[in-house]
Design a protein around this ligand. Structure first.
Ligand code: IFM
Length: 447
């Protein structure tokens, strides 16, 4: 079943970038190698009851050792670009000094990626905060934003020559809200005021780092990556419509509005003031500086019914729809709508779809993984991107999540998002049918 786009799609032009994405903690392993410090995810994994099966990132996909073979895997998929993240605890010691052994790993990796002709997108923070900073309050401590600028300065100075695109943060919603408000992710705290204050400090760190990155890497583009959901009201009832509006505000607008307009959503002042962080004079100007691109990660949609005790309450779609193995509704139409709505609400910079993909109950049988649901998922969402572009949204690229199966945070290794199957016992990689279909689709474009 091939992946198809309309023949006239702008996504088939040579300048539209297609890639695959990963993140450091999810694939690297080598948790104790070369003076890497513990991160909040190491601590969270070691805390009983937090991660399924008490899985951890100690070995993961052992990419730290298998990186050359993994670059060949990327080449086999014949993509244009690769998106990865740097592990802060690997490259900086507690005093803020460079850890050359950790930096050397990334130097070798990035240089080879460039030698292989790939466009390289790097995210500075994909959730692996050094534990020693969490011990001082983590993202609840404003000082962490200033520590982040030192880390951003070091990394963009040392590694800038091989990077085409820098993102400061991946999914501030997950880092702050899942981590500090809902307690599902590291560091596992759960108070509304914590989540929103952590989010403010992350956005502040983003803004403080922008001029530093621009100075160190003047030829690269700089932006940030947000994850977004499309919210639907569970019914026509006023209270469900209201629940949907609040949810959309807390999930999406809370992050994009400060970046684009320098303010938090005004609606929260009246309906949920506990979700407004403490902001110091000047913060919003720092946060809302222009960016070269906005990265957008999309997976699913929500249906919201009013519950005064739980503004994050989801109900199942009452229509018969398909879900992935992680229980997320497959809703490509929601992706197109979300993109077009944002385009109407804001003057957006160019957008890259920095993540999109499906967790499927993959099985390796005789060297073959027949993941037809993932192929349909990819085709549906690629066509949604096409629709959004037709409706005027400036989208420049698309990254499938993920290059390979990996550590799926609180789900451990139980959920597989890869275009490549990983046997965690042997570390053997097997390209799934979705990987081959993605490759063939990219080749048809080149032809
Ligand atoms: O695996 C994650 C990734 O780290 C961030 N975005 C969502 C993916 C799937 O949950």
């Amino acid at each position: 079943m091939p992946i198809n786009l309309p023949a006239n799609s702008k996504m088939l032009n040579q300048d539209f970038i297609f890639g695959v994405a990963t993140a450091a903690f999810q694939i690297e392993g080598a948790a104790q190698s070369d003076n890497r410090l513990p991160s909040i995810w190491d601590t969270f994994c070691a805390t009983p009851g937090k991660v399924k099966g008490m899985d951890n990132g100690d070995i993961a996909c052992d990419h730290y050792h298998l990186w050359e073979q993994d670059i060949q895997l990327i080449k086999q998929l014949e993509v244009d670009a690769y998106r990865l993240s740097i592990a802060w605890p690997r490259v900086m010691d507690k005093e803020g000094k460079a850890n050359q052994a950790g930096l050397d790993f990334y130097r070798r990796l990035l240089k080879k990626l460039k030698d292989e002709g790939l466009t390289v997108f790097v995210t500075l923070y994909h959730w692996d905060l050094p534990q020693h900073l969490e011990d001082k309050g983590g993202w609840l401590n404003r000082e962490t934003a200033y520590q982040f600028t030192k880390y951003a300065d070091l990394v963009t100075k040392e590694l800038g020559e091989w990077v085409d695109s820098w993102a400061t943060f991946n999914e501030p919603f997950c880092a702050a809200i899942l981590g500090y408000e809902l307690g599902i992710h590291a560091p596992g705290l759960n108070k509304p005021e914590y989540g929103r204050q952590a989010a403010h400090h992350i956005l502040l760190a983003h803004g403080l780092a922008l001029p530093i990155i621009r100075k160190n890497a003047p030829k690269s583009q700089v932006g940030i990556v947000l994850n977004m959901n499309r919210s639907y009201a569970a019914s026509e009832k006023t209270e469900d419509q209201f629940a949907c509006l609040v949810r959309e505000t807390l999930d999406n607008q809370f992050f994009i509005e400060p970046l684009m307009k320098g303010q938090y959503p005004q609606l929260l002042k009246t309906v949920a003031p506990q979700y407004l962080p403490t902001v110091l004079p000047g913060d919003m100007d720092i946060i809302s500086q222009p960016i070269d691109f906005l990265g957008m990660n999309f997976y699913t949609c929500n249906h919201n019914a009013f519950d005064a005790d739980n503004l994050f309450k989801n109900v199942k779609n009452h229509r018969s729809v398909e879900y992935t193995d992680i229980g997320w509704e497959i809703a490509p139409h929601a992706f197109a709508e979300l993109l077009v709505n944002l385009h109407k609400q804001y003057t957006l910079p160019p957008i890259y779809i920095t993540e999109n993909g499906a967790a499927c109950a993959d099985q390796l049988i005789d060297g073959d993984v027949n993941d037809e649901q993932r192929i349909r998922y990819l085709e549906g969402h690629l066509n949604a991107v096409h629709q959004a572009i037709e409706n005027g949204v400036d989208i420049r690229g698309y990254f499938a999540w993920s290059l390979m199966d990996n550590f799926e945070w609180a789900e451990g290794y139980s959920k597989r998002f890869g275009l490549t199957y990983v046997d965690y016992q042997t570390q053997k990689r097997t390209i799934k049918r979705s990987g081959y279909e993605y490759r063939d689709f990219l080749n048809s474009r080149k032809g």
